[in-house]
Design a protein around this ligand. Structure first.
Ligand SMILES: *Cc1c(COP(=O)(O)O)cnc(C)c1O
Length: 355
């Protein structure tokens, strides 16, 4: 039978495995998707319900007001900001804008599972560089992996799922080693949670390096994962290319107004981020007291390097009422959520060690 062929690259595509969801009516804490445990602020819910009245219309294609508000909050020109349907989509647009067939994209691994998928769909070749046992990116090895075929390097900081952020000095050395015509994407999805004094200031790095693009999102610290709003910060010429490669009307009207309302409530939302950071410190300290070796986390999750026991641990934890995210053969990522969720998780981890 003659059939429509699929692109051969699709056969090798690793699936994106979403974090386990709580079944309707069941009681469990969902620490499997790095979501913000806090529901949206009343001011944000109001913006969402008001925006709902206009959904018979297409949204503002360029998200003009939101783009301007993001730009002014970061003190960059509006031409440098490109919004999209979550920063995962924006990453796809960045790669589509710069990668030619078979160009190489150097990426840390294990890192964000969307990377190999986005790279393959852009028609490029991923070049994974192992993350150290301490969960830190090996920027020296990543620089060494750059060849004439390399078009992009992805730097996930803090790294999902291991947690540490890169340090300013190692990033400076790395950027000095990477050719100016290779794009360096700093994926800062968790930047608001970073407290490491040695972490770089992404905006300052962007200001000093025309080949650096920042990726940020409203999904994590701002708590809008369900509305899909992210953005890139790039030099105007690159930003125009990314915009050209973007899905038209990618950010919904509801998403645009919710993100605007969230930006207006930044101070209040950052108080919540501080609470999550404090909870992260408590979780890390208790895990270490129990005897776990946990990498330093600068994000809203922690990493348990359980290796071949990852799936078994996740099952056990799920039965106890805490959904976590296993990466088979590698480790388990646990998002920082409600204090009650931390307490329950700590019971599971203590119990696991006493097996
Ligand atoms: C969650 C996450 C994103 C953002 O995803 P959205 O599409 O904006 O929801 C980007 N990069 C990393 C590393 C992430 O963990």
């Amino acid at each position: 039978m003659t059939r429509v062929p699929l692109r051969p690259a699709l056969a090798d595509l690793p699936p994106y495995v979403p974090g386990a969801r709580v079944p309707v009516g069941a009681a469990a804490f969902k620490l499997s998707s790095n979501e913000n445990p806090y529901p949206p602020l009343p001011s944000v819910v109001l913006a969402i319900s008001e925006a709902a009245e206009d959904v018979n219309r297409y949204p503002d294609m360029y998200a003009t007001e939101l783009t301007a508000a993001i730009a002014s909050s970061l003190a960059v020109p509006a031409e440098s900001v490109v919004t999209g349907c979550g920063s995962v989509a924006v990453l796809g647009h960045v790669l589509t804008a710069v990668c030619r067939p078979d160009d190489e994209v150097v990426m840390p691994w294990r890192s964000f599972e969307a990377y190999p998928i986005a790279i393959t769909l852009a028609g490029a070749q991923g070049v994974p560089v192992p993350v150290g046992d301490d969960g830190r990116l090996d920027l020296e090895a990543m620089a060494a992996a750059v060849t004439e075929r390399t078009r992009v390097v992805l730097v996930c900081t803090p790294n999902n799922p291991t947690g540490p952020a890169v340090h300013a000095d190692e990033l400076a050395t790395f950027l000095a080693a990477v050719p100016r015509d290779v794009l360096v994407v700093l994926d800062e999805a968790y930047v608001e949670f970073v407290r490491d004094s040695e972490a770089p200031d992404g905006l300052a790095v962007f200001a000093d390096h025309p080949n650096v693009v920042l990726l940020r999102t409203f999904s994590k610290a701002f708590g809008l994962a369900g509305l899909r709003v992210g953005y890139a910060v790039a030099r105007p010429r690159l930003a125009a290319g990314i915009r050209a490669a973007s899905t038209p009307f990618g950010v919904s009207h509801v998403g645009q107004l919710a993100a605007l309302a969230s930006l207006r409530a930044t101070a209040e939302l950052m108080t919540r981020v501080d609470a999550i950071v404090a909870e992260r410190a408590r979780l890390l300290a208790c895990l270490r007291t129990q005897g776990w070796a946990v990498p330093d986390s600068q994000a809203n999750f922690v990493w348990l390097a359980l290796g071949d026991h990852s799936t078994a641990f996740a099952e056990r934890s799920g039965r106890a009422g805490v959904l976590v995210r296993p990466f088979a053969g590698d480790g388990v990522r646990v998002s920082v959520g409600e204090p009650e969720a931390t307490d329950l998780l700590l019971e599971v981890t203590a119990d696991w060690l006493s097996r």
